[in-house]
Design a binder for this molecule. Sequence first.
Ligand code: FNR
Length: 184
Amino acid sequence: MNTKIGFIVGSLRKDSNNLKTAQTFAKLLPDGVEANFIEIGNLPFYNEDLEVPGKVPESWTNFRNEIQKMDGILFFTPEYNRSMPAVLKNALDVGSRPFGENQWDGKPAAVVSVAPRGIAGFGANHALRQSLVFLNMPVMQQPEAYIGNFDSLLNEDGTFVEDTKNFFKVIIDSYLDFFNKLTK
Ligand code: FNR
């Protein structure tokens, strides 16, 4: 059976650089490992008042079920005002509840931040890691994946330059090593 990795992209933009990066990661996965892109833009803001029978939004239930099916999670995040975007934080919150049913629990994760400039989403990357501690997700520590100066990483045809693709492969291989150590 394939290893199922949930790909969660913290940008809703159609031409998102994070989405483009995630799609390239997905193509570089080895046989036997599949990328499952999980939608987060349709989740109503978390509100505990809705956490009662008959009121739970269907999109929350579907999202929680999707996360439950995943063996591991790769996060791709832009930086918004030195933190993660609200839509991504909301997805973490929705997946973590109701109390005692944290769907993220124990799933090996890695964080990739993607940004237009040299600071490379450092603030978002670490804000996200802070929440993942409480969600009890083991997160790959090294190598770190800060993808900065985004436009300089592309060829004229919009594909990633070879060095960058090689770096993506290093991140994937390291993550799968980390994943296998924790799960096999
Ligand atoms: C940004 N952007 C941004 N960039 C950054 O490096 N640090 C930051 O703190 C912020 N803050 C910020 C706030 C808000 C509200 C927006 C909309 C944007 C710019 C951001 O990195 C840029 O728009 C990226 O292209 C977003 O990622 P995607 O959509 O290309 O994946």
